[in-house]
Each structure stands twice: as structure tokens, then as C-alpha cells.
Design a protein around this ligand. Structure first.
Ligand code: 3PG
Length: 397
């Protein structure tokens, strides 16, 4: 096993922080289990190496110190047990000590219920660290949070290292953004520029082609002097959009603005879809997708890319009449020989809808964490592991 190369794992108490924060329906049934499946290799590696294994995660955003039945990881443990073919007991009130033998696996109940977790209080962090010989961080989706089980425990555990999922996510991101095969094409789509402005600004310094979609594209159309009727947009951010376009132009890079769009008079699945030139949008139109000519042009660019970063569907792909743009983009990414990385809930839904999972180079399990990486931010929970791995370098600086 290469789990923590600097530690002998057999017989050791291994504490794994996974991100098992999965969506559930009202009855508590798990509706999407990607993150649970992604946690399996690390757990299996630790078990195979003969460790006494504890795994925990947060689930939702519970109130500290007030455990409610809906906060329980029990459904997650059940699903993990099915995947591993073994029982996974769930342990409550575990902060002061955990009984677990080598070869056993236990799940520690929702770590965010522990007092001090969110604010990473030292008292809790030291108790968490005392539970284990080796801390393994495998929760990429929570690596942007400096909490007790993501940061504090990594400070004080005898050994702290990254698990295989966290390592794979970081490798894929580096391959796409730090060391990309060019041209590097990013697709940033979604309803609002405001929620993705720092991503657009960061990517404008790096990518060769910045494809915008959804409400974000509408604001960029305004910046290009086009009329968008009643479409979703943020007119107050036209200045910022213009600055992104200018920054790209100054580097000889491009932000393609749609030349045709699919419009409707109402936002509804059965609304009548009309393809129009981008210069012909009427005052009462809603733009709900990019047009076929734009989609075809973007598909060409994606097929010629060396690297593709995808976050966000370019239209209202949930409605059949307005899915063409997202479908064409998805298929172009699938057909492209580029290394592609995709992340974000809506993007993953589009990937699943068009059945192209196998054609994407890397599908991130991160939501907020993936977006922060695109913004160029460092992930605190990863940074502490790097510091732990290089004590000499840290001491010397
Ligand atoms: C996520 O779902 O993005 C992660 O599990 C982090 O959850 P949080 O935003 O509640 O910290």
C-alpha cells in the first residue's frame, strides 16, 4: 500500500476523512452516491494493509452539539456497506475514544455535530488527533474548509497524508490548469456572473478560449452591445464582463460571444423555441440556449483543444427544446482528444444525461472546492498536508 508512504499501516489506527455529503430525498434515501463510491479505494487500501479503520464525514450543515436523526450518516454507512460487502457500524459520541481493531472498519457519526468542528477549535483538534496514528485526508469536496476533521487533525496527528481520491483530484487539476496541453479551453456557464466572477477573472489570465454560457453569456452579450430582451443577466456587472473580455484580448485569447440564440416568451418546458440571430433578440424574449450556429462553432474549438475545463451547462438543458447547446458541447468534449476535467452539480447532471462519463478525463467530486480551485485559490486542507510532508522546509522558512 502506498497510503502514507512514511508510515507502516498494519496494526495502526487510521482515521480517514472522506466527503460523504451526498444528496438525500425527504425520506432520507440517497439519491446520488458518487462520493460514496469514490471513497471506497482509500478505505479498501487501509483495510487491506491491516489497519484499524475509522471513516467520518460531515452530512449537511447541522447545528453543533445538537444531533438530529436527519443528520445521521446511517444511510451512508448502509450504502458503503453494500459497496464493500461488509457491515459498517456507526459510532455516536466518538470524540473521546473509539474501539476499533485491526481489520475492522467503523463509521464515526456526522463530524460536523461535534462542538468546535466548524471553527477548528484546538481542543477538539487535539482530541481528534489522539484517536489515530495516521490521519488520511481523502475529502477533496471539503478541502476548501479549514475545519476540525479537515485541518485541525492534520496539524496534530502523528502522521497526516492525502488519500488516493484527494491526490487524483489535485493531479487532474494540475494537469488541466498548471501544466495544460494547449489550447486550453474553459467553459464557464451558469445563471450569474456574480457567483463566478472570480473564476472568470482567474481563467482570463490562463485560458486560450473562455466559453461563457447561460445567464453569464447574457451579461457578456450586453457587454458586447447586444440586446437580450428579458433574459436573465446582471447589467451592473457589464463593466466586469468587459474587463474580462479586454484581458483575454490583450493576451491574444478569445471570449466567443454567441452569434445565434434560442429564445422563448416564457420560461417553461413547453414554451415555443425560436432560433434567432444574436442581433435580433426582441424586448420580450428570453434567451434559454445558444443557437445551432454558435454550438457548432464552439464544438469545433472544443475538438481542437488540448485541454478542456467544464463548469456549467450553456442552456436550460432540463427542457428538451433548450438542450441542444449543452448536448452539442457535451458531445464535442466527448469526441475531443483533449484532456478534460468537469465539476459542479449541474455539469455532472448533464454528463449523466448524455452518457459521456467515460469520455471525460476527470470528473471532480468537488462542488465549492472545485470552484475555489478554478478561482486559483489554494485549498487549506491540502496545504496543511503539504506542510506536514515537508517539516524541514517549513522550519527553515
Ligand atoms: C459540498 O457538498 O460541496 C461539500 O461537501 C462541502 O459542503 P459545505 O459547503 O457544507 O462545507
Amino acid at each position: 500500500s502506498d497510503l502514507c508512504a512514511n508510515g507502516q499501516v498494519a496494526g495502526k489506527r487510521v482515521f480517514i476523512r472522506a466527503d460523504l455529503n451526498v444528496p438525500q430525498d425527504k425520506e432520507g434515501h440517497i439519491t446520488e452516491d458518487t462520493r460514496i463510491r469514490a471513497s471506497v479505494p482509500c478505505i479498501q487500501m487501509a483495510l487491506a494493509a491491516g489497519a484499524a479503520v475509522m471513516v467520518t464525514s460531515h452530512l449537511g450543515r447541522p447545528t453543533e452539539g445538537e444531533f438530529k436523526p436527519e443528520d445521521s450518516l446511517a444511510p451512508v454507512a448502509q450504502r458503503l456497506g453494500e459497496l464493500l460487502g461488509r457491515e459498517v457500524p456507526v459510532i455516536a459520541n466518538w470524540v473521546d475514544g473509539v474501539e476499533v481493531q485491526p481489520g475492522q472498519l467503523v463509521m464515526l457519526e456526522n463530524c460536523r455535530v461535534n462542538v468546535g468542528e466548524k471553527k477548528n477549535k484546538e481542543e477538539l483538534a487535539r482530541k481528534l488527533a489522539a484517536l489515530c496514528d495516521i490521519f488520511v485526508h481523502d475529502a477533496f469536496g471539503t478541502a476548501h474548509r479549514a475545519e476540525g476533521t479537515t485541518y485541525g487533525i492534520a496539524q496534530y496527528a502523528p502522521i497526516a497524508c492525502a488519500g488516493p481520491l484527494l491526490a487524483a483530484e489535485i493531479d487532474a487539476i494540475n494537469k488541466a490548469l498548471a501544466n495544460p496541453k494547449r489550447p486550453l479551453v474553459a467553459i464557464v456557464a451558469g445563471s450569474k456572473v456574480s457567483t463566478k466572477l472570480s473564476i472568470l477573472q482567474a481563467l482570463a489570465k490562463n485560458v486560450d478560449n473562455l466559453i461563457v454560457g447561460g445567464g453569464i453569456a447574457n451579461t457578456f452579450m450586453l457587454a458586447a452591445g447586444l440586446k437580450i430582451g428579458k433574459s436573465l443577466a446582471e447589467p451592473s456587472l457589464v463593466g466586469e464582463a468587459t474587463a474580462v473580455i479586454e484581458a483575454m484580448k490583450a493576451r491574444g485569447a478569445d471570449v466567443p460571444i454567441p452569434t445565434d440564440v434560442v429564445t422563448a416568451k416564457t420560461f417553461a418546458a413547453d414554451a415555443v423555441a425560436t432560433v434567432k440571430a444574436a442581433t435580433d433578440v426582441a424586448d420580450d424574449d428570453l434567451i434559454l440556449d445558444i443557437g445551432p450556429q454558435t454550438a457548432a462553432k464552439l464544438a469545433e474549438q472544443l475538438k481542437a483543444a488540448g485541454t478542456i475545463v467544464w463548469n456549467g451547462p450553456v442552456g436550460v438543458f432540463e427542457f428538451a427544446a433548450f438542450e441542444n447547446g449543452t448536448k452539442v458541447i457535451a458531445q464535442a468534449i466527448a469526441e475531443s482528444s483533449a484532456f478534460s476535467i468537469a465539476g459542479g452539480g449541474d455539469t455532472l447532471a448533464a454528463i449523466a444525461k448524455y452518457g459521456i462519463e467515460k469520455d471525460i478525463g476527470y470528473i471532480s467530486t468537488g462542488g465549492g472546492a472545485f470552484l475555489e480551485v478554478l478561482e486559483g485559490k489554494t485549498l487549506p486542507a491540502f496545504e496543511i498536508l503539504q506542510r506536514r510532508a515537508q517539516p524541514v522546509a517549513v522550519a527553515a522558512s
